[in-house]
Design a protein around this ligand. Structure first.
Ligand code: KG4
Ligand code: ZN
Length: 349
C-alpha cells in the first residue's frame, strides 16, 4: 500500500510517500524558519498562508522523486493535531479533498505518534517494547511503548516543554529563532560549570518535568551581571548558554534513565526536535550503555517536523489494523490540543 502523507501542524510543510512494504520512498520539506525569524517566533496566520502556497508544489516534487503518479497512491494521511488550528486545517483540507476526489481513504495522524515512531525509520530500528522520550517545542513526555497504538504516559512536563526552555533562554540571550540550535551552537564555545543553574525536579520521585524555573534562573543571572558589570561579556554569554543546555540535558537524561529502570526496560527511543541536540544524544548514549541498554534516535533530518514521520505512522497504524479505511467517510476535524495517550488502543474507553 502506498501512502501519501502531509505534515502542517506548525512551521514546516512536509510531504512524503511511504510504502507499507518498502518504507519511505521520498519526502520533501519546506521550513518557514526564515519567514518567522524576523518576528522572533511562529506567526500562526503567516504559517497557514505559507502552508497553502507550498503544499501542492511539494506534493508534485515528492511524487516525482518517488517516481509515482497520484493514481498509484492508495491512502492519504495528514497530521490532525496537536498544533496550530489554522496550519493543521491546511494539511487536513488538502488531504481530505484529495482523498474525496480520488476515492481513497484519509488517515488522520497524531503528530506525536509521528515523532514517536520516527526512530523506526532508522537502521537499526528499535524493537518493541521501549521507553520513548518525546522532546519537541510543545511537548516533553516519557512514554512506555508496547507496540503501535499502545502508549502509556509515564511522565510529562508540568509547565514549559524542553524545546520551549531552549527557545526562551535563547531569546533572553539575544539569540535568534528557533532558539534550540542557536543556543546549542553558542554553548559549544562556553563552559557549563561557569554558572550553577538548577536542575528542576531531577530528584523528584515521579517522572515529571518542570522547565519554567530555568528561564527565570537564566534571567536572574543576566540581571545580576548587568548590575555588576553593565551586561554580559561574550564569554559569559557562551558560558550561560552552556550552563543552560547542561541543565536541560541533565534533567532529560536523568528522568529518561529513571523511566527505563522503573519500566524494567533497557531500550530508549528519543524523538522530537530536541532529539537533534548533540550533548543530549551523547549523554543518553553514555548513560544507557552503562546499563547495557540501547538508545535509538530518528535520522537527524527527521528529528524536527517532517512529512515522512506522518506517512510512516499512518502505514504502521494500517498494518496494525488500527485505521478506518472507509472511503465514504468524509467528515473530519482537527484537534489543536490532543493527548497522545487518547490515541492508544489500550487506553481505557
Ligand atoms: O519537534 P519539533 O520540530 O516541533 C514541534 O513539534 O514542536 O521541535 C522543535 C523544537 C524547538 O523548540 C527547537 O528549538 C528544538 O526543537 N530544537 C533543538 C535543536 N534542534 C531543534 N533544541 C536543542 N538543540 C537542537 N539541536
Ligand atoms: Zn513536532
Amino acid at each position: 500500500m502506498i501512502i501519501l502523507g502531509y505534515e502542517s501542524s506548525c512551521d514546516e510543510t512536509g510531504v512524503a510517500v511511504v510504502s507499507t512494504q518498502h518504507g519511505l520512498l521520498a519526502h520533501r520539506l519546506h521550513s518557514q524558519i526564515a519567514m518567522h525569524r524576523e518576528y522572533g517566533g511562529v506567526v500562526p496566520e503567516l504559517a497557514s498562508r505559507d502552508h497553502i502556497q507550498r503544499v501542492l508544489p511539494l506534493t508534485r516534487e515528492t511524487l516525482q522523486a518517488a517516481g509515482l503518479t497520484l493514481d498509484q497512491v492508495d491512502a492519504i494521511a495528514y497530521t490532525a493535531g496537536p498544533g496550530l488550528a489554522g496550519a493543521l486545517l491546511v494539511g487536513a483540507s488538502v488531504a481530505r479533498s484529495m482523498a474525496w476526489a480520488l476515492q481513497l481513504p484519509a488517515i488522520p495522524v497524531h503528530h506525536l505518534e509521528g515523532h514517536l515512531l520516527s526512530p523506526l525509520l532508522a537502521e537499526p530500528a528499535p524493537a518493541f517494547p521501549f521507553v520513548a522520550l518525546l522532546v519537541s517545542g510543545g511537548h516533553t513526555q516519557l512514554m512506555k511503548v508496547e507496540g503501535v497504538g499502545q502508549y502509556e504516559l509515564l511522565g510529562e512536563t508540568l509547565d514549559d516543554a524542553a524545546g520551549e526552555a531552549f527557545d526562551k533562554s535563547a531569546k533572553l540571550l539575544g539569540l535568534g529563532y528557533p532558539g534550540g540550535p542557536a543556543l546549542s551552537n553558542l554553548a559549544r564555545q562556553g563552559r557549563a560549570d561557569a554558572f550553577d543553574l538548577p536542575r528542576p525536579m531531577l530528584h523528584s520521585p515521579d517522572l515529571d518535568f518542570s522547565f519554567s524555573g530555568l528561564k527565570t534562573a537564566v534571567l536572574t543571572r543576566m540581571k545580576a551581571l548587568e548590575r555588576q558589570a553593565g551586561g554580559l561579556s561574550e564569554t559569559q554569554r557562551a558560558d550561560l548558554a552552556a550552563a543552560t543546555e547542561a541543565a536541560i540535558v541533565d534533567v532529560l537524561a536523568g528522568k529518561a534513565i529513571k523511566a527505563l529502570k522503573r519500566s524494567r526496560l533497557n531500550r530508549l527511543v528519543v524523538a522530537g526536535g530536541v532529539g537533534a541536540n548533540g550533548p543530549l544524544r551523547k549523554k543518553l548514549l553514555d548513560a544507557v550503555r552503562l546499563m547495557n541498554g540501547e538508545v535509538f534516535f530518528p535520522p537527524l533530518d527527521l528529528c524536527t517536523d517532517n512529512g515522512a514521520m506522518i506517512a510512516y505512522a499512518a502505514a504502521m497504524r494500517v498494518q496494525a489494523g488500527l485505521v478506518d479505511l472507509d472511503v465514504n467517510n468524509h467528515s473530519f476535524t482537527v484537534r489543536p490540543r490532543w493527548e497522545l495517550a487518547e490515541q492508544s488502543s489500550t487506553a481505557a474507553a
